[in-house]
Design a protein around this ligand. Structure first.
Ligand SMILES: O=C1O[C@H](COP(=O)(O)O)[C@@H](O)[C@H](O)[C@H]1O
Length: 228
């Protein structure tokens, strides 16, 4: 666990680690690919990362998960990324969204799966968040397709998820898409989230706290970044 004194220090520390991983990927493979989370936590991290001297035109950014809402909605993770990460020099990065203006979430997921099929095999970086219910990405307790999303046999790709605590229908990369990211991060803040993490680390059913799938079965070590 990487512990910081404040949210600002955490944002800067995580941005430094992610920037190093992206630059190393560009040096080795000529391009880099990162999947980021939405929610209330990552804004300061996005701003810190946007200021890092990376060859942004060689970076592809996508989302770990998304709501089935238009990108001008305040609930859109794409909007969060556009407004806070893809700014200044980082605006040169290519965004691969998960939302498409399709008639159904299923059709949008199919379009996103097709568009992202060639990236993230594996991702150079995946930054996960965690809700107070133990969800990560859109792997929600009680989610309609949770077992399928967490099944290691379910291939890489984007699928839909609905759950009582999720609001709108969701679009999410599957467990197999994320678990082998070269740098796999769980970014959480506050004592409440630390307690949720401690509970998730204790024995219990994955379906009750889906973050357990990442803690227990990810092939890359899950690097936890936390500040009070
Ligand atoms: O619903 C979501 O929530 C989680 C955590 O969000 P936070 O507001 O507690 O930081 C996030 O990881 C996920 O991407 C988002 O869709």
């Amino acid at each position: 666990m990487h512990v910081f004194d404040s949210g600002a220090a955490l944002a800067e520390g995580l941005a430094g680690a992610v920037a190093s991983a992206l630059s190393a990927a560009i040096a080795t493979r000529g391009q880099a690919c990162i999947a980021v989370s939405g929610g209330s936590t990552p804004k300061a991290f996005f701003k810190a990362l946007s200021g890092k001297p990376i060859e942004w035109s060689k970076v592809v950014v996508t989302l770990v998960d998304e709501r089935f809402v238009a990108p001008d909605s305040d609930r859109s993770n794409e909007k969060l990324v556009r407004d806070n990460l893809l700014i200044d020099a980082a605006a040169a990065a290519r965004l691969e969204p998960l939302y498409y203006p399709a008639p159904t979430a299923e059709a949008a997921a199919a379009a996103a799966a097709k568009q992202t099929a060639s990236i993230g095999r594996p991702f150079d970086v995946a930054v996960l968040g965690m809700g107070s219910d133990g969800h990560t990405a859109s792997f929600f307790p009680g989610g309609t397709r949770l077992a399928e999303a967490l099944d290691p046999a379910t291939p890489r790709g984007v699928m839909t998820m609905e759950a009582e605590g999720a609001g709108e229908p969701r679009l999410t990369f599957t467990f197999s898409s994320l678990e082998d990211a070269r740098l796999l991060v769980l970014h959480i803040e506050g004592n409440g989230k630390k307690e949720v993490l401690a509970k998730a680390e204790a024995p219990g059913d994955e379906a009750e706290m889906p973050i357990r799938a990442m803690l227990r079965r990810a092939s890359s070590p899950l690097q936890v970044y936390w500040a009070p």
